[in-house]
Design a protein around this ligand. Structure first.
Ligand SMILES: Cc1ncc(COP(=O)(O)O)c(C=O)c1O
Length: 349
């Protein structure tokens, strides 16, 4: 079948095998206490009637999220991770359409565009400071139906200039503008409040990163009420998220103190790791607005990957990125894990 042949050409998604290594490859929050989350999960499990479809819990999560974000609950749509919402958005954009994005960015998004038959045009970031040429981006986006920007960007870690993004929104009123804020809790600004002003803006958020619930699979989108309602009642599956996940997510955002503490600690550790790694002359570390560091390793790539592997640390080896050379992305972990990274790399100069 022609379709199957086409799909088999799409880059395969691979996950590392389960191991006892320090897992610093997927930007999870490994600082928040595991037992604290387990207790929340067990307390919730006892309250759930597993025989029933999740109905009331949806309403409760929407209410709490709306208080947490200070945004009308009619602007919110939850899904099974933001990955699932991305798929719905691409279904809406549709086969044969065109998307403008940046390079490098969240690779899953590009492969899903390929699966949905959406042409993916990418504007390269500057390898000097990861900045985006806004004029070049807008010129390309004028030929597209939608745009995707990750803010802060994965894997480069930076947020773009806020006024530049607002300029994009003002200029491209006919394009669907998807801003992926998966790492926004670690950054300088969020565009959440602008959904009222820009009916073409969709913001993606997740419980998987700063909130420490990657296993629970809850993500959500924020959009103007009309678009959000279309998604909630017509496009999204009626029960895309299960009761256990809904209740854990809801309980956690009702007690934001522990999350805030872990975010502050990660941001502090990010700066410490950044300064320590910046002393290694043969690599370039970029400053980050997220919970990971993007590092250009050039000829030291294999040595670095091997040294980390020998110390039982998994990072995201990105390989060769056009204009950047060989790069790795390292999640900022606990102080102990970060010290382990520094000691693994102590012989690299
Ligand atoms: C930029 C970005 N968006 C979305 C996701 C997916 O998040 P979720 O776990 O909510 O599907 C990730 C996960 O790596 C990500 O990096």
């Amino acid at each position: 079948m022609k379709e199957m042949k086409k799909i088999s050409m799409i880059e395969k998604y691979t996950v590392p095998p389960e191991s006892n290594y320090a897992k610093l490859d997927a930007n999870e929050n490994l600082v928040i206490d595991k037992e604290y989350l387990t207790k929340i999960a067990l307390d919730n499990l006892r309250k759930i009637d597993l025989r029933k479809y999740p109905i009331g819990l949806y309403e409760q999560l929407y209410r709490r999220l709306s208080q947490h974000l200070k945004i009308n609950q009619r602007s919110l749509v939850v899904g099974s991770g933001s990955d699932q919402i991305i798929d719905l958005l691409l279904t809406l954009i549709g086969n044969g359409r065109r998307m403008t994005s940046i390079y490098p960015t969240f690779s899953y998004f590009k492969t899903r565009c390929q699966l949905h038959g959406i042409a993916f045009s990418e504007i390269s970031l500057s390898s000097i400071d990861n900045s985006l040429d806004i004029d070049e981006f807008i010129a390309d986006a004028k030929k597209s139906h939608a745009i995707y920007l990750c803010s802060p960007n994965n894997p480069t870690g930076n947020q773009f200039v806020k006024s530049d993004i607002l300029h994009i929104l003002d200029t491209l009123k006919n394009n669907l503008v998807i801003i992926d804020e998966a790492y926004v809790e670690f950054s300088k600004y969020s565009l959440t409040k602008y959904v009222k002003q820009y009916p073409n803006l969709v913001i993606l958020r997740t419980f998987s990163k700063a909130l420490g619930l990657a296993a629970v699979r809850v993500g959500y989108m924020i959009a103007n009420e009309q678009l959000a309602e279309l998604f909630r009642y017509r496009i999204q599956l009626p029960y895309a998220v299960n009761s256990i996940s809904l209740s854990i997510a809801m309980s956690l955002i009702s007690r934001p103190k522990k999350i805030q503490e872990s975010i502050s600690l990660i941001k502090h550790e990010r700066e410490r790791l950044y300064h320590a790694l910046s002393k290694i002359k043969s690599i370039d570390v970029y400053s980050s607005d997220a919970n990971f560091l993007f590092i250009r390793c050039d000829t030291k790539y294999s040595r670095i990957m091997k040294a980390l592997d020998n110390s039982k640390i998994i990072v995201k080896g990105l390989g060769n990125i056009k204009n950047y050379g060989n790069c790795v992305r390292i999640t900022v972990g606990t102080k102990k894990m970060n010290n382990k990274i520094l000691s693994a790399l102590k012989d690299i100069h």
